[in-house]
Structure formats: structure tokens, C-alpha cells
Design a protein around this ligand. Structure first.
Ligand code: FAD
Length: 385
């Protein structure tokens, strides 16, 4: 077991950190507050090969793994400008298509997702199903030349920026009972597909949408891979989703901690810097420890995933997402406390992070559903629901 990164990984980390520093939290907030997007940063990250670092080299990617992709997101978030859509486009959608897509699907989508010239959103959550994906009601029925999709989705991020959405539905043959999902690529300009923004109380450039699928006609090749293997395909995307959500949370926590430490070193109220008071120093030290622990679990999950151990990666990815959400919530809260009143000013821009890191306790999978998973699968306790 070797806890050191390779020269390539260290160089990638440094290069991403440099790009992040060129944009930073000021850019992120400016775009978020003006209703703008992070397009410039997204495009530059794509041109530098950062967005597709995990995707196969023969399709324009970097040929590395999820470890490298999570490193990219962690460093951007640590610079104050995390790219939420990396969690969905290259991580979930890119992975599923790279592992299970047909040759034609791979040839069309992977170079676009790798370069960042296209974004694919991911839609699983439904208003009535919530965390219970067995209750998904988005249904695909066969037509003479393909599929007709009907359903509703909620909280889907980045649809306005996306060329297509990877929709998790079920076929009419499997419309009830335990979920046997079917995954469809739905271009956002398909007739019958429409979306409405949700008014969220988050300061973030990426927006969430309510989707309406009313008799959306799709060609046969809109179905990703095999209908019968779709549960495997879905899981192949969910571990990367959790690992990337952990990476974004760890990076955001590192960003908040950095701001707090730099303030604690220089702010003098009682003749010494406030960082000399243990009431300020110890909670920051705790945050550092908790972020490091979460990061270690995230890295373990990514390594297991890249080694092809999907089962081991599943447990570790859940634990990493849990730990990273807790650590980042604590980091931002403690940073706000450290900066006192200043933290609440728009100029400092830390208080606006409270809600966004808090969201990582809920999405993409809630803290309680992770605890259910660990109770059942790691501890062998009975299922309660
Ligand atoms: C900012 C943001 C971005 C998002 N982006 C996307 C996206 O791009 N694509 C997408 O598909 N979805 C997205 N989501 C949706 C997200 O994945 C869901 O919000 C999440 O899975 C929880 O579902 P829910 O909100 O319906 O909560 P519910 O399932 O209604 O749960 C409500 C509460 O009850 C708890 N609960 C539910 N069941 C149990 C149980 N059995 N035991 C104990 N507690 C339980 C939950 O943990 C939660 O605390 C996003 C959400 C947010 C906030």
C-alpha cells in the first residue's frame, strides 16, 4: 500500500490548482450572483484535458482513472470554483457510456464529453419516488422504430447547459416491482421534452430543473447498451457520482479552511492573532483532521473503483460521501465562525457556501440512505423500510 501520488498525479494536481487559482471563488460568486455560468472555466478545463482525464484515450480522453478525475474536481473546489457538472457529465454519463455504450454511442459522445464541448446531465430523481428508486415511474414503451418516453424528473442539474440528459426510466415490461432500469440518452431539443427551472436557495451557477417527458420519441439507439444489463450500468455510474461528490465536498472544505486559517493568522483583537486562542485553533485543527480522513476514504474508493472492485468501491464510496459531507459542513461552519461578522458579507462570500455544502448531506444520496446501506450491507442489520 502506497499513500504517495505518482509524479503524473502530482503534476496534474499542480496544473489544476493553477487553473483554479486563475478563476477562484470571486469568479464563481460573480457568475452565480449574476445568473451566469462557469463556461469559460469549463471550456479551458476541457481544452487542458482535465474534464476527460478518466475517459478512454482512443475516444479523446486522458486514459487515466476516476482517481485522477476526482483529483481534478477536488483541486478546482479547493480553489473556490468547483465544477458541479463534472459529477454528472464525465463521471456518471462518461463512465456508463465508456463501459456499456455501443461503438456508435462511444464514438459520438465520449470525445464531446472528454473535451467538454458537450455536457450530458443525469436524471434519476422523481418527485414521487425521492430516494426510493424502485418507485420510478418514467416509462419507455417500444414504438415501430424506437422508444416513446413519458415521465417527470426533479432537481436535475445543468439541463440548460446540456446537449442531452441521461434519463433513468424503466420499460413497460418492467414498469412495476423492483427497479429494472433502462437508460436513455435524450437530447434536450427532442420534441416532447421540456424543462422548468426550480427556484433554489443556493448561490451556485448550476441550476436545477423540473423535467417533463411527454411522448418523447427516441430512436432505438437512444437506449444505452443492453436493456437487460441496465442495473449494472446504473451502478457503474453511481459509485463515480458518490466519489466525485466527496471530492467536491473535500475541496470546498479545504477552500473554507484555507480562508479561515489565513484570517486567524492575521486578525488581531486582543493583541495576539485570534488563531492563538485555542477556541479558534482547535476547531480548525479538527476540521483539518476530518477533511484528511474523508479524503483518504475518497481516495480509497477511487482506487478500488479503478481496480475494478465495484463492490468494495460501493462501500467505500458511500462512506467517503458521508464523511466528506460531514467534514465540509463543519469546515464551512467553522470558517464562518472564525471570520465573525465579515463572513456574512457578500464580499467575503463564505456564508453563501453554507447551503451548498449542506446540500452534499442530501444529494446525490442522503446521509440516511448511506447509513441504511452501511447498517444493512456492512453490519448485516435488518432492513427497516
Ligand atoms: C443541489 C441539488 C442537485 C441535484 N442534482 C440532481 C441531478 O442532477 N440529478 C438527479 O437525478 N437528482 C439530483 N438531485 C436530487 C437528489 O439526488 C435528491 O434530492 C436526493 O436523492 C434525495 O431525494 P429527495 O430530495 O427526494 O428526498 P426524500 O427521498 O424525499 O427524503 C427526504 C428525507 O427523508 C430521508 N429518508 C428517506 N427515506 C429514508 C429511509 N428509508 N430511512 C431513513 N431516512 C429516509 C432522507 O434521507 C431525507 O433526509 C439534486 C438535489 C440537489 C439538492
Amino acid at each position: 500500500m502506497d499513500f504517495t501520488e505518482t509524479d503524473e498525479q502530482r503534476a496534474l494536481r499542480a496544473a489544476v490548482a493553477e487553473l483554479g487559482a486563475a478563476y477562484g471563488h470571486t469568479y464563481f460568486l460573480k457568475q452565480a450572483r449574476s445568473g451566469g455560468r462557469l463556461t469559460e472555466l469549463w471550456q479551458q478545463a476541457g481544452q487542458l484535458g482535465f474534464l476527460g482525464v478518466n475517459l478512454p484515450a482512443e475516444h479523446g480522453g486522458g486514459g487515466a482513472g476516476l482517481y485522477e478525475l476526482s483529483l481534478v474536481l477536488e483541486e478546482l473546489a479547493a480553489a473556490g470554483c468547483g465544477l458541479l457538472l463534472m459529477v454528472v457529465s464525465p463521471a456518471i454519463c462518461g463512465t456508463i457510456i465508456a463501459r456499456y455504450g455501443t461503438d456508435a454511442q462511444q464514438q459520438y459522445w465520449l470525445p464531446r464529453l472528454a473535451s467538454g464541448s458537450s455536457i450530458m446531465a443525469f436524471g434519476i430523481t422523481e418527485p414521487d419516488a425521492g430516494s426510493n428508486s424502485h418507485k420510478l415511474t418514467t416509462v419507455a414503451s417500444r414504438s415501430a422504430d424506437g422508444w416513446v418516453l413519458n415521465g417527470r424528473k426533479v432537481f436535475i442539474s445543468g439541463v440548460d447547459e446540456a446537449e442531452a440528459v441521461l434519463i433513468v426510466g424503466r420499460t413497460t415490461d418492467a414498469r412495476t416491482g423492483k427497479l429494472r432500469p433502462a437508460l436513455f440518452v435524450v437530447p434536450t431539443d427532442t420534441p416532447g421534452f421540456s424543462y422548468q427551472p426550480l427556484e433554489m436557495d443556493l448561490v451556485a451557477p448550476e441550476k436545477q430543473y423540473l423535467l417533463f417527458l411527454d411522448d418523447v420519441r427516441l430512436p432505438a439507439d437512444a437506449l444505452i447498451g443492453e436493456e437487460s444489463a441496465a442495473l449494472l450500468q446504473l451502478f457503474a455510474g453511481l459509485n463515480p457520482e458518490r466519489i466525485m461528490a466527496a471530492a467536491m465536498a473535500v475541496g470546498s472544505g479545504r477552500y473554507a479552511l484555507g480562508r479561515a486559517v489565513s484570517y486567524a493568522r492575521s486578525r488581531v483583537v486582543w493583541d495576539v492573532p485570534i488563531g492563538a486562542h485555542q477556541g479558534i485553533a482547535h476547531p480548525l485543527a479538527q476540521v483539518r483532521i476530518e477533511l484528511e480522513l474523508a479524503r483518504l476514504m475518497m481516495q480509497k474508493a477511487a482506487v478500488l473503483y479503478d481496480l475494478g472492485d465495484d463492490l468494495g468501491a460501493g462501500e467505500a464510496a458511500n462512506m467517503a460521501k458521508y464523511a466528506a459531507a460531514e467534514a465540509s459542513v463543519r469546515a464551512v461552519d467553522q470558517a464562518v465562525q472564525t471570520l465573525g461578522g465579515s463572513s456574512m458579507t457578500a464580499e467575503v462570500g463564505l456564508a453563501s457556501m453554507l447551503a451548498s455544502v449542506r446540500a452534499t448531506r442530501i444529494a446525490p444520496v442522503s446521509r440516511e440512505m448511506i447509513l441504511n446501506f452501511v447498517a444493512q450491507h456492512s453490519l448485516g442489520l435488518p432492513k427497516s423500510y
